[in-house]
Design a protein around this ligand. Structure first.
Ligand SMILES: *Cc1c(COP(=O)(O)O)cnc(C)c1O
Length: 383
């Protein structure tokens, strides 16, 4: 079987974790936590890095720090992993679902602009409100889907003009660049995940990055039960136990040491997939926009929608762990009554796209096997 995405654990992971066990630093404080935070923030190019227990925790705290409450709405893509939407509900706010762009697969920035111009009003306080619901559009969560950056410049303009906070969900795009600057560093706050299927992993974990001192202080405070400094158990707001522990951070440090190698491997493999699939005219292999450098976290192909399920089933039967893209979140039962704005590209993408195996240690031989099986499917199933 060729799995969709499994971690590579061949560096200093054991050595560093052993160090934690021997020194007794196994919990939420310890030298590896700070070291890991510094490595990630330096890599991304931000002033602060706050390690947390998951990417979901990173997004949740970011929304709280941005002040998102039950009186607000948050713009989010319908084509995304669900965590970016669930955190909106954790804050009792409402999502507004947006379409995706056909090239980046990320949120359709033009449609966000259209939505704000036609459905919202900017009041004297400078903030932007949804005309229909009266709620404030407080934040937007762009997600760099499958590692490819969205077109950030126009979104930054929108956020500045309409006073909207940008929480950048970079959980899939560690190492990707938009116009030579790394994703995660563009939003007011950026979020990363180190879940087992991400480009680097700590088993489970996340990181929040920002240049903003006030946000950084608040985020760290919230992640540690909002405990005030001092001997007393004194807390000044409702906090969370969202810290990353030293064992996980030790693994993170070892993985960070190999990130450049993983990125090179992902990009090389993308090229090989593209070359091997280029003869098959019925397949589109998603590639980078001219202003982007993708980490190619997930490789995505598009076929005619009537072929998708047959191809997917064929590959799975042949031991290739291909996967459909996420079901559109606005179609799921807990979100199907929420606001949507002109979603049509995302429907076509869901109907026609498949993700292919993409582990950071995927070999050329394995890629060849995947593309051979795809060709076999076209020969046997689609004659
Ligand atoms: C992986 C992922 C997350 C959440 O990360 P966890 O660490 O699993 O909580 C959030 N958003 C997106 C888009 C993701 O792919």
């Amino acid at each position: 079987m060729i799995p969709l995405s499994v971690p590579d654990i061949s560096g200093n992971e054991k050595k560093y974790i052993q160090e934690c066990l021997e020194t007794g630093w196994v919990s939420s404080a310890g030298p590896f936590v700070t070291k890991f935070e510094n490595m990630v923030k330096d890599f991304v190019g931000t002033k602060h890095g706050i390690a947390v227990s998951s990417g979901t925790a990173a997004l949740h705290l970011s929304l709280i720090a941005a002040g998102v409450t039950d009186e607000d709405e948050v713009i989010v893509p319908t084509l995304t992993f669900i965590a970016a939407v669930n955190v909106i509900r954790y804050c009792r706010a409402e999502p507004v679902f947006m379409d995706c762009d056909n090239n980046t697969l990320g949120i359709d920035v033009e449609k966000i602009h259209e939505f704000i111009k036609s459905q919202c009003i900017q009041k004297a306080d400078g903030f932007t409100y949804n005309k229909k619901t009266g709620r404030r559009i407080k934040a937007v969560i762009p997600v760099h889907i499958f590692g490819h950056p969205i077109d950030l410049d126009p979104l930054i303009d929108i956020c500045q003009n309409y006073n909207i906070v940008m929480i950048e969900d970079s959980t899939e795009s560690m190492g990707s660049e938009y116009k030579n600057k790394r994703t995660g560093s563009f939003g007011d706050i950026g979020c990363f995940s180190f879940n087992g299927n991400k480009i680097i992993t700590t088993g489970g974990g996340g990181m929040i990055v920002t240049d903003n001192d006030t946000y950084a202080k608040k985020l760290r405070h919230l992640s540690t039960q909002a405990k005030l400094d001092g001997v007393e158990y004194d807390h000044d707001e409702v906090g969370y136990n969202y810290r990353l522990n030293n064992l996980q951070a030790a693994m993170g440090v070892a993985q960070m040491e190999k990130l450049d190698q993983y990125l090179a491997c992902k990009r090389r493999n993308a090229q090989i997939y593209r070359d091997l699939l280029s003869a098959q005219e019925q397949i589109k292999f998603f590639w980078e926009m001219p202003w982007a450098r993708s980490n190619f976290w997930f490789y995505t192909i598009q076929v005619q929608s009537h072929l998708k399920n047959t191809l997917l089933e064929h590959l799975i039967r042949e031991g290739i762990q291909a996967r459909p893209v996420w079901k559109l979140i606005h179609t799921l039962p807990m979100y199907h009554t929420c606001q949507t704005y002109k979603i049509d590209n995302a429907k076509r993408i869901y109907d026609s796209c498949i993700n292919l195996p993409c582990s950071v240690n995927l070999t050329v031989k394995e890629i060849k096997e995947v593309t051979d099986k795809i060709e076999k499917a076209f020969c046997e199933e689609f004659v």
